[in-house]
Ligand binder design. Structure first.
Ligand code: ZN
Length: 160
Protein backbone atom coordinates (compact mmCIF):
# COMPACT_ATOMS: atom_id res chain seq x y z
CA UNK A 1 0.00 0.00 0.00
CA UNK A 2 2.87 2.40 0.69
CA UNK A 3 3.85 2.11 -2.97
CA UNK A 4 0.44 3.44 -3.92
CA UNK A 5 0.69 6.23 -1.36
CA UNK A 6 4.07 7.22 -2.78
CA UNK A 7 2.56 7.33 -6.25
CA UNK A 8 -0.31 9.50 -5.00
CA UNK A 9 2.12 11.84 -3.28
CA UNK A 10 4.06 12.17 -6.54
CA UNK A 11 0.87 12.99 -8.48
CA UNK A 12 -0.16 15.63 -5.93
CA UNK A 13 3.30 17.24 -5.98
CA UNK A 14 3.38 17.18 -9.78
CA UNK A 15 0.09 19.11 -9.97
CA UNK A 16 1.32 21.49 -7.27
CA UNK A 17 4.58 22.26 -9.08
CA UNK A 18 3.11 22.25 -12.61
CA UNK A 19 -0.48 23.40 -12.18
CA UNK A 20 -2.68 22.65 -15.20
CA UNK A 21 -4.91 25.39 -16.65
CA UNK A 22 -3.14 27.99 -14.56
CA UNK A 23 -4.12 31.58 -15.36
CA UNK A 24 -7.10 33.80 -16.05
CA UNK A 25 -9.87 34.17 -18.62
CA UNK A 26 -11.48 37.41 -19.84
CA UNK A 27 -14.75 38.21 -18.02
CA UNK A 28 -17.11 38.20 -19.77
CA UNK A 29 -17.57 35.76 -21.38
CA UNK A 30 -16.05 33.78 -18.51
CA UNK A 31 -17.47 33.69 -14.99
CA UNK A 32 -15.13 34.47 -12.11
CA UNK A 33 -15.51 33.36 -8.50
CA UNK A 34 -13.22 33.52 -5.49
CA UNK A 35 -12.89 31.04 -2.68
CA UNK A 36 -11.07 31.37 0.64
CA UNK A 37 -10.25 28.75 3.23
CA UNK A 38 -9.49 30.60 6.49
CA UNK A 39 -8.41 27.37 8.21
CA UNK A 40 -5.34 27.13 6.00
CA UNK A 41 -5.13 30.48 4.20
CA UNK A 42 -5.84 29.01 0.76
CA UNK A 43 -7.17 31.43 -1.85
CA UNK A 44 -8.49 30.33 -5.22
CA UNK A 45 -9.92 32.21 -8.17
CA UNK A 46 -11.79 30.06 -10.69
CA UNK A 47 -12.57 31.28 -14.20
CA UNK A 48 -15.13 29.25 -16.10
CA UNK A 49 -16.36 29.92 -19.61
CA UNK A 50 -19.74 28.29 -20.10
CA UNK A 51 -21.02 28.16 -23.66
CA UNK A 52 -24.59 26.86 -23.86
CA UNK A 53 -24.50 23.75 -21.68
CA UNK A 54 -20.78 23.18 -22.10
CA UNK A 55 -17.87 24.18 -19.88
CA UNK A 56 -15.66 25.34 -22.72
CA UNK A 57 -12.69 26.51 -20.68
CA UNK A 58 -11.54 26.76 -17.09
CA UNK A 59 -8.55 28.51 -15.51
CA UNK A 60 -7.31 28.64 -11.95
CA UNK A 61 -5.48 31.43 -10.15
CA UNK A 62 -4.70 32.08 -6.51
CA UNK A 63 -2.35 30.63 -3.93
CA UNK A 64 -2.45 27.99 -1.27
CA UNK A 65 -1.11 24.75 0.09
CA UNK A 66 -0.18 21.74 -2.01
CA UNK A 67 -3.54 20.04 -1.42
CA UNK A 68 -5.64 23.04 -2.44
CA UNK A 69 -3.48 23.83 -5.47
CA UNK A 70 -3.20 20.27 -6.72
CA UNK A 71 -6.92 19.64 -6.19
CA UNK A 72 -7.74 22.74 -8.29
CA UNK A 73 -5.33 21.64 -11.01
CA UNK A 74 -6.75 18.11 -11.15
CA UNK A 75 -10.29 19.50 -11.12
CA UNK A 76 -9.58 21.73 -14.12
CA UNK A 77 -8.35 18.72 -16.11
CA UNK A 78 -11.31 16.57 -15.05
CA UNK A 79 -14.08 19.05 -15.90
CA UNK A 80 -12.83 21.01 -18.91
CA UNK A 81 -14.95 20.32 -21.99
CA UNK A 82 -17.74 18.51 -20.12
CA UNK A 83 -21.39 19.51 -20.17
CA UNK A 84 -22.45 21.51 -17.12
CA UNK A 85 -24.59 18.55 -16.03
CA UNK A 86 -21.55 16.29 -16.15
CA UNK A 87 -19.47 18.89 -14.30
CA UNK A 88 -22.02 19.02 -11.48
CA UNK A 89 -21.95 15.22 -11.34
CA UNK A 90 -18.15 15.22 -10.98
CA UNK A 91 -18.38 17.91 -8.27
CA UNK A 92 -20.95 15.79 -6.43
CA UNK A 93 -18.79 12.65 -6.68
CA UNK A 94 -15.68 14.42 -5.46
CA UNK A 95 -17.41 16.13 -2.55
CA UNK A 96 -19.08 12.86 -1.56
CA UNK A 97 -15.68 11.17 -1.53
CA UNK A 98 -14.33 13.93 0.70
CA UNK A 99 -17.30 14.13 3.08
CA UNK A 100 -18.03 10.42 3.39
CA UNK A 101 -15.20 10.10 5.83
CA UNK A 102 -16.49 12.74 8.22
CA UNK A 103 -19.35 10.48 9.25
CA UNK A 104 -16.98 7.53 9.38
CA UNK A 105 -14.78 9.42 11.81
CA UNK A 106 -17.64 9.63 14.26
CA UNK A 107 -17.88 5.86 14.42
CA UNK A 108 -15.06 3.80 15.87
CA UNK A 109 -14.63 1.57 12.89
CA UNK A 110 -14.44 2.25 9.20
CA UNK A 111 -17.69 1.44 7.48
CA UNK A 112 -17.34 -1.01 4.60
CA UNK A 113 -20.45 0.38 2.92
CA UNK A 114 -20.66 2.19 -0.39
CA UNK A 115 -18.35 5.13 -0.79
CA UNK A 116 -17.87 7.58 -3.58
CA UNK A 117 -15.20 6.24 -5.86
CA UNK A 118 -12.62 8.56 -7.38
CA UNK A 119 -10.89 5.87 -9.40
CA UNK A 120 -12.77 6.87 -12.55
CA UNK A 121 -11.59 10.47 -12.26
CA UNK A 122 -7.95 10.09 -13.24
CA UNK A 123 -5.41 11.84 -11.02
CA UNK A 124 -8.16 12.81 -8.57
CA UNK A 125 -7.86 9.34 -7.07
CA UNK A 126 -4.62 10.60 -5.54
CA UNK A 127 -6.67 12.86 -3.26
CA UNK A 128 -8.63 9.98 -1.74
CA UNK A 129 -6.06 9.85 1.06
CA UNK A 130 -6.91 13.43 2.12
CA UNK A 131 -9.99 12.14 3.96
CA UNK A 132 -7.62 10.69 6.54
CA UNK A 133 -6.72 14.26 7.48
CA UNK A 134 -10.03 16.04 8.20
CA UNK A 135 -8.36 19.42 8.59
CA UNK A 136 -7.24 19.23 4.95
CA UNK A 137 -10.63 18.34 3.48
CA UNK A 138 -11.56 22.02 3.13
CA UNK A 139 -8.29 22.57 1.25
CA UNK A 140 -9.31 19.87 -1.23
CA UNK A 141 -12.93 21.00 -1.71
CA UNK A 142 -12.28 24.78 -1.91
CA UNK A 143 -11.81 25.00 -5.67
CA UNK A 144 -14.78 22.66 -6.26
CA UNK A 145 -17.16 24.86 -4.28
CA UNK A 146 -15.81 27.88 -6.17
CA UNK A 147 -16.35 26.17 -9.54
CA UNK A 148 -19.94 25.37 -8.52
CA UNK A 149 -20.37 29.09 -7.79
CA UNK A 150 -19.18 29.89 -11.33
CA UNK A 151 -21.75 27.47 -12.76
CA UNK A 152 -24.50 29.09 -10.68
CA UNK A 153 -23.46 32.52 -11.96
CA UNK A 154 -23.42 31.27 -15.56
CA UNK A 155 -26.94 29.86 -15.12
CA UNK A 156 -28.20 33.12 -13.69
CA UNK A 157 -26.56 35.07 -16.52
CA UNK A 158 -28.13 32.78 -19.12
CA UNK A 159 -31.53 33.01 -17.46
CA UNK A 160 -31.65 36.78 -17.38
ZN1 ZN B 1 -4.77 24.25 2.48
Amino acid sequence: MSGLEDLYREIILDHYRNPRNDGELPTPPAQRAEGFNPLCGDEVVVYAEVDGDKLRDVKIAGQGCSISRSSASMMSVAVKGLSTTEVREVIRTFKAAMSMHESQLESDEALPGPRADLSGLGDLAALQGVVKFPVRIKCATLSWNTLAQCLDQAEQAAGS
